[in-house]
Write a protein that binds this ligand. Structure first.
Ligand code: NAD
Ligand code: WQD
Length: 342
């Protein structure tokens, strides 16, 4: 198939572009590089010996989207483009609603005008809010996300549901990611956050390499097995492969589908630190700090629906995530900033 990947230079996008190219799809990437580097795609080419066409631009640029759809026979869109920093979304909500919600609306308008109705959307487990019971299945009602970022994802899901209800030509996958982690085993592509990382694994990695002094563990008084927060960390390569399975499924079965992409297993922050220390052979100094506003105690998936309907399941475990995260971090201590862009 010919696939347009928005946000394809980013962390999850670049890993998915790699899998798409290896599966012999033709790929066009649209990314404004607001949170990424085009080097990621050069590295993908190095690994796959195949090339995605890279276009630098914004999903909110309708004229650009129209030009892309008229120049290329696109069969489906995999839509990663958006902003994702929870704290920043609290400070700058309009920027988040504009990029994520308005951007997705503009993309869907351009798709419909071009007669392209297959869409895979990056949603998040954050749309479940703070459910009472674990694991979280897709039948769990969506809750109240605690920040504008999370609300933007829920708004987009609702818009896409309305769209699918109004026009049966749409075929849409809402993929609710749990906590993406790790990197491609080549060590050539990975997560390269700008500034101080917000997420646990990039933070741990930068402590282990000596860029940051110590990790703050946000709370050790949660009702969990060691008092620290529990999350369902999923290897980014498994996650990327889930997108290919979802693409196959929406070609076969039109309509709108929701799938959790997680492993079904939760780990605490202290377990993550111990696993990283073991995989890297480096100590990760940490101190217990107060709870972070908006955090929930635990969150892990029931991944059964994706397995039943997509034939997909995560196969990589915690050790793979940590080994691959460390390989990426140790080979690229400053992320993509190590190499000057051409
Ligand atoms: P990322 O920031 O690495 O990738 C997003 C990409 O989109 C970046 O390359 C950025 O430059 C691009 N982009 C942003 N706004 C754009 C715009 N208006 N036009 C064109 N390009 C734009 O983030 P990621 O971790 O790869 O996340 C990809 C998607 O998955 C995002 O939609 C994110 O919200 C969602 N998601 C991520 C996580 C996570 O923990 N990483 C969890 C759940 C959902
Ligand atoms: C994981 C655990 C923290 C950093 C967020 C977004 C969610 C999704 C993924 C996507 C928690 C603890 C973290 C640190 C810590 N977003 N922690 N010290 O919060 O589950 O999910 O990213 O685009 O929408 O909310 O992920 O990696 O930030 O935290 O103790 O320095 O690690 O409290 O228990 P989270 P995370």
């Amino acid at each position: 198939m010919h696939i347009l990947v928005t946000g394809g230079a980013g962390y999850i996008g670049s890993h998915t572009v790699l899998e798409l190219l290896q599966a012999k799809h033709e790929v066009v990437v649209l990314d404004n590089l607001s949170n990424s580097s085009a080097l990621s795609l050069e590295r993908v080419e190095q690994i796959t010996d195949r090339q995605a066409l890279f276009l630098e631009g914004d999903i909110r640029d309708r004229a650009l989207l129209d030009r892309i759809f008229s120049a290329h026979e696109i069969d489906a869109v995999v839509h990663f483009a958006g902003l994702k920093a929870v704290g920043e979304s609290v400070q700058q909500p309009l920027m988040y609603y504009d990029n994520n919600v308005s951007g997705s609306i503009t993309l869907c308008q351009a798709m419909a005008a071009a007669g392209v109705f297959r869409l895979v959307f990056s949603s998040s487990a954050t749309v479940y809010g703070d459910p009472d019971t674990m694991p979280i299945a897709e039948t769990c009602p969506t809750g109240q996300p605690t920040n504008p970022y999370g609300r933007s994802k829920l708004m987009i899901e609702n818009i896409l549901r309305d769209l699918a209800a109004a026009d049966p030509r749409w075929s849409i996958a809402l993929l609710r990611y749990f906590n993406p982690a790790g990197a491609h085993p080549s060590g050539l592509i990975g997560e390269s956050p700008h500034g101080q990382p917000n997420n646990l694994i990039p933070y741990i990695s930068q402590v282990a390499i000596g860029r940051l002094q110590q990790l703050s563990v946000y709370g050790d008084d949660y009702p969990t097995r060691d008092g620290t927060g529990v999350r369902d960390y999923i290897h980014v390569v498994d996650l990327a492969q889930g997108h290919l399975a979802a693409l196959d499924a929406i070609v076969r079965v039109p309509g709108i589908h929701t799938w959790n992409l997680g492993t079904g297993t939760g780990y605490t922050v202290l377990e993550m630190i111990a696993a990283f220390e073991q995989a890297s052979g480096r100590p990760v100094p940490y101190a217990i700090a107060p709870r972070r506003a908006g955090d929930i105690a635990e969150c892990w998936s029931d991944p059964g629906k994706a397995h039943r309907e997509l034939g997909w399941r995560a196969v990589l475990g915690l050790h793979d995530m940590m080994t691959d995260a460390w390989r990426w971090q140790s080979q690229n201590p400053q992320g993509y900033e190590d190499e000057p862009a051409n």
